[in-house]
Write a protein that binds this ligand. Structure first.
Ligand SMILES: NC(=O)C1=CN([C@@H]2O[C@H](COP(=O)(O)OP(=O)(O)OC[C@H]3O[C@@H](n4cnc5c(N)ncnc54)[C@H](OP(=O)(O)O)[C@@H]3O)[C@@H](O)[C@H]2O)C=CC1
Ligand SMILES: N[C@@H](CCC(=O)OP(=O)(O)O)C(=O)O
Length: 435
């Protein structure tokens, strides 16, 4: 496939994206929804090419020795592709995030202020080898009126190229210029992209903490970090142990490579004796390798020993660290020390423990009696997600349409001047909220 990148320098690609994005920013909802439907249809038409490209990526990754869970993340079968296309249509059905009036206020007679949402401009999104992420990200970018420059993981290059080719073909018959969506394929291009602060408004790196930090240290463009998921599940002394087992298994094995899978199980000492043999058996059936602290090893001696680095490791694999704690406070202290502020969960029937956990754990998501795997834009009803923001400032957690817009203050007067409202005879403002 000949891409724009084969023939044009990155700065020209970024300029074209900027131009296309500025027209996309003022399109009405219907035009954006038509573009999304055209994308969905083009992806359906290109289904065989996309799956073939993905098979080639998977074969190359297998030859290179990719880990099984990462392979699962790379693989785009018919089922995953169908879900991703359905997601494009779901995003079309969502309310337009652009043009929402957040504040409508009369400051004085004839002087009116509005705060109205608007697109960010051009997004630069660097993500891992998970091809369907490209489809989710593009649909959210278009609905929110933003241009997007994508860079997927190296193992997924052929899949991403086939997807973006179909998306561009779909857009070519719509009001959205296909230059609004671009694909980069190399790390060199990523580094170059970080210098293009004149054309790119937000960089979203989805990757390890060290990669997100690298991006932050090497660009003047604002960065919305989507970093590690070191997620914990705490089994409280008042836990229903059958719930604890079902949730632990789902949170570990349902998609072990996802950033919202758990890496560490924390267990209150009063339930450890009963719970540990049961969970060890359930996870052994799923071929999960367990690594316990000394107290855990006293109860289930046949597992490996956890060392200090286990508590700060995201395995992205079928491995789970286990630690026994004396109190909920100790569990929370461990989470706040080693967690990555992504998603943390407690299993308990005690409302006071939930309140303590929700109040004191610092993470984008705090869950009670359910799996951390629910941390996802689709499951939250956002249609899709750009990824999961692990930063403290909003947007936090799964980033959907609302996370991709900013706002403008629009003021309308009739020759009003500030001098009227200052000094000894200052006229007071009315500050009246309007409908
Ligand atoms: N919070 C979230 O939403 C998400 C978090 N993650 C987290 O990311 C972590 C690692 O995931 P993994 O699959 O290993 O992804 P990587 O960190 O290996 O790669 C992610 C992307 O970053 C690029 N990249 C990495 N390092 C550099 C660099 N030095 N210069 C330029 N580009 C770079 C990769 O490019 P290339 O492949 O070409 O090397 C790829 O496009 C995990 O901790 C996971 O939880 C992942 C996805 C979503
Ligand atoms: N929200 C996603 C996980 C977030 C994500 O993108 O994670 P990753 O598998 O690291 O790319 C899901 O539940 O599958």
């Amino acid at each position: 496939m000949t891409t724009l990148q084969d023939t044009l320098p990155l700065i020209t690609i970024a300029q074209k994206t900027r131009q296309a994005a500025s027209k996309l920013a003022i399109l009405d909802t219907e035009a954006k929804n038509q573009a999304l439907e055209a994308i969905a249809q083009a992806l359906e038409l290109a289904k065989d090419d996309i799956i073939q490209a993905n098979i080639a990526d998977c074969q190359a990754a297998t030859a290179a020795g990719i880990a099984k869970p990462l392979y699962k993340r790379l693989q785009l079968d018919e089922h995953k592709l169908r879900d991703a296309i359905a997601g494009v249509r779901d995003v079309a059905k969502l309310p337009d995030p652009v043009g929402t009036v957040q504040i409508h206020r009369e400051l004085d007679s004839g002087l009116v202020l509005k705060r109205v949402t608007c697109p960010l401009g051009v997004l630069g999104i660097i993500f891992e080898a998970r091809p369907e992420a490209a489809i989710q990200i593009v649909s959210l970018a278009i609905k929110s009126g933003n241009g997007v420059i994508l860079k997927g993981g190296k193992e997924a290059i052929a899949s991403c190229e086939a997807i973006v080719k179909a998306i561009k073909q779909g857009l070519s018959h719509t009001a959205v210029n296909s230059d609004a969506v671009q694909l980069l394929t190399t790390r060199e291009e990523t580094r170059e992209l970080l210098n293009l602060d004149k054309y790119v408004d937000l960089i979203i790196p989805r990757g390890s903490n060290s990669f997100v930090q690298f991006v932050q240290n090497n660009t003047r463009i604002p960065v919305l970090g989507h970093a590690d998921g070191i997620c914990h599940l705490y089994i409280d002394k008042a836990a229903d142990l059958s719930k604890a087992i079902t949730v632990s298994v789902d949170a570990k094995i349902q998609y072990a490579a996802a950033c919202n899978a758990i890496e560490t199980l924390l267990i209150h000492q009063s339930v450890a004796g009963e719970f540990l043999p049961k969970i060890a058996a359930a996870l052994a059936d799923a071929e999960v390798e367990l690594r316990g602290d000394d107290r855990t090893l006293e109860i289930i001696p046949h597992i490996g020993r956890a060392i200090a680095t286990d508590w700060e490791t995201e395995y992205s694999d079928l491995i789970l660290a286990i630690k026994i704690v004396d109190s909920i406070e100790q569990a929370i202290a461990h989470i706040n020390e080693y967690g990555s502020r992504h998603t943390e969960a407690i299993i308990t029937e005690d409302p006071a423990a939930v309140e303590t956990f929700f109040g004191l754990v610092n993470a984008a998501g705090v869950f009670h009696n359910c799996s951390t795997r629910f941390a996802d834009g689709f499951r939250y009803g956002f249609g899709a997600e750009v990824g999961i923001s692990t930063q403290q400032m909003p947007p936090r957690g799964p980033v959907g349409l609302e996370g991709l817009v900013t706002y403008k203050y629009q003021m309308t007067g009739n020759g009003h001047i500030v001098a009227t409202y200052t000094g000894a005879n200052a006229k007071p403002f009315t500050h009246k909220n309007l409908e």
